[in-house]
Design a binder for this molecule. Structure first.
Ligand code: FES
Length: 493
């Protein structure tokens, strides 16, 4: 069987393949998928690699991109590929607040806590006897090649792609587990138990369930998990989801935050393509999900990019001028989500963008060759309005004022990189809560790890799911009104 040698950040990975597969498929199976914003159509040029060996000649898309593209390149025999540094695992948020000691672990020698995100996959391997963290692994979710968001994937599954989607995530998970076990110098057989958090759709697709009920009104899940399943010969616990669009990832994040263990009122938000919000008050967890779109991940933004070297990740005003920092202090090539939020905050402060989002400029430069266009500002307005209006609606439903909230937990990768002041400046989070923010990282993974190492937490987890009350935002008049209002950026104090 031909061999592919994959180099990533100076580390070598070997993969075998049959036939003449497209490179992206073999990378995904090795747990090393690259982002595919255009769905692998050769249009976006974001899946660039360097490659040599027995490979297909460059096709028209690759010639246009001026580079080999993993979604186009076909492997024909032994080959070697070099992945961009942007695929560093560190770019994917794996860390969360708080560590989990092994108090009453799940059975077995080695266990894995897994978070299946819509965009990324992450896992941590633990020694179940000692609670020691042995290894981590992360990758882009290869299903992004099929569709970027949850609804797109549900649509693809219903159009006959269910098996393919399941195989993509299963293979990638297998590849990541293999990597982590190798790093921990443990045999495959040592791993017996998994706890797998993910949003409701991700768990449906992983377990091969038909997502029909998630696709049409009244959008109710016919499986909410909270069950053990056999997954590729291993026991896997799938934590409970709260409803069709507030999944086990949020149940686990809420568990990790500890917010439901306390009597005070607290808010948790996981801001991404889909924003999930949970508000705990008087023993009830009010939850909602709101579609923010991919703007915060740099998608749909003219010069948007992932968190790659050269992406502007922070912007500020110095002596009346815009200043920008890029990842790796490299030559500016675009901007990632945190840079985008900072940029708008800075442009608002300078009066170059009005509260309505209007601007006189066709191009708003942040650094040499990198600029925003008016349409980008519109995308951010839509995205931030969805989140801000979701928060306001939950507060309205729970009869909570901003001053009643003692803590705002920001979960997820985007929340970890966000400048809180900028987020409040553009109105993504209520200004009154800016001083009350706790950034808790990949809290879904932290929660899953906690379950793995302490089975007593299962009761707390079940209580969280049972005490949740879903607030539907679709067709909610309060939400619609708040959404229109939140399209505006807040004025200066
Ligand atoms: S060019 Fe867009 S994913 Fe390959």
């Amino acid at each position: 069987m031909p061999k592919l040698i994959i180099w990533q950040n100076g580390k070598r990975h070997d993969a075998r393949f049959e036939g003449a597969p497209v490179l992206s498929q073999v990378l995904a199976q090795a747990g090393l998928a690259l982002p595919q914003p255009c769905g692998g159509r050769g249009r976006c040029g974001k899946c660039r690699v360097e490659a040599q060996g027995e490979i297909s000649p460059s096709n028209a898309f690759e010639q246009k991109a001026g580079s080999r593209l993993s979604c186009q390149l076909m492997l024909r025999g032994d080959a070697e590929v070099f992945l961009p540094a942007s695929q560093e695992m560190a770019q994917i948020q794996l860390e969360g607040e708080g560590s989990a000691g092994a108090l009453s672990p799940m059975p077995g020698h080695i266990g894995a806590a897994v978070d299946i995100g819509t965009t990324t996959l992450g896992l941590k391997l633990y020694d179940l006897k000692t609670g020691e963290h042995l290894a981590s692994a992360a990758a882009v979710n290869p299903q992004t090649a099929v569709a970027a968001d949850v609804m797109g994937r549900i649509g693809a599954a219903l159009e006959g792609g269910q098996q393919r989607l399941q195989r993509l995530v299963e293979d990638a998970l297998q590849g990541l587990l293999h990597q982590a076990l190798k790093e921990a110098k443990q045999p495959e057989t040592a791993l017996e138990t998994l706890v797998i958090a993910g949003n409701t759709t991700m768990l449906y697709l992983l377990t091969g369930k038909n997502p029909l009920t998630l696709s049409r009104a009244p959008f109710e899940a016919d499986h909410l998990f909270g069950v053990w399943e056999d997954l590729q010969g291993r026991r896997a616990y799938l934590p409970p989801c709260m409803n069709a669009f507030v999944g086990a990832d949020i149940t686990c994040a809420v568990l990790a935050s500890g917010m439901c263990e306390r009597g005070d009122t607290a808010l948790l938000a996981d801001v991404g393509t889909n924003g999930e919000i949970a508000l705990w008050k008087d023993g009830v967890l009010h939850v909602a999900s709101t579609a923010a779109g991919p703007a915060f991940e740099g998608a749909g933004i003219h010069m948007g990019s992932g968190s790659v070297p050269g992406a502007i990740d922070s912007v500020w005003v110095e002596e009346g001028m815009i200043r920008a920092h890029t990842i790796g202090s490299a030559k500016p090539i675009g901007m990632c989500g945190s840079g985008l939020i900072d940029a708008i905050a800075a442009l608002l402060d300078l009066g170059l963008v009005e509260d309505t989002g209007a601007t006189d400029e066709d191009r708003l430069y942040l650094a040499e060759g990198v600029y925003l266009i008016p349409q980008d500002i519109r995308h951010v307005q839509l995205a931030k309005a969805a989140i801000a209006a979701g928060i306001r609606t939950l507060m309205y439903e729970a009869k909570v004022r901003p001053e009643d909230i003692t803590r705002l937990y920001l979960a997820g990768g985007f929340g970890s990189h966000l400048d809180i002041k900028s987020a409040a400046r553009i109105g993504l989070i209520p200004r009154e809560l800016a001083d009350k923010v706790s950034v808790i990282g990949n809290a879904s993974l932290t929660g899953a790890a906690r379950l793995l190492l302490d089975t007593h937490q299962l009761d707390a987890l079940t209580r969280i799911a049972q005490r949740s009350r879903h607030v539907s935002l679709g067709g909610n008049p309060w939400f619609n009104e708040a959404y229109m209002e939140e399209m505006l950026f807040p004025g200066l104090d």
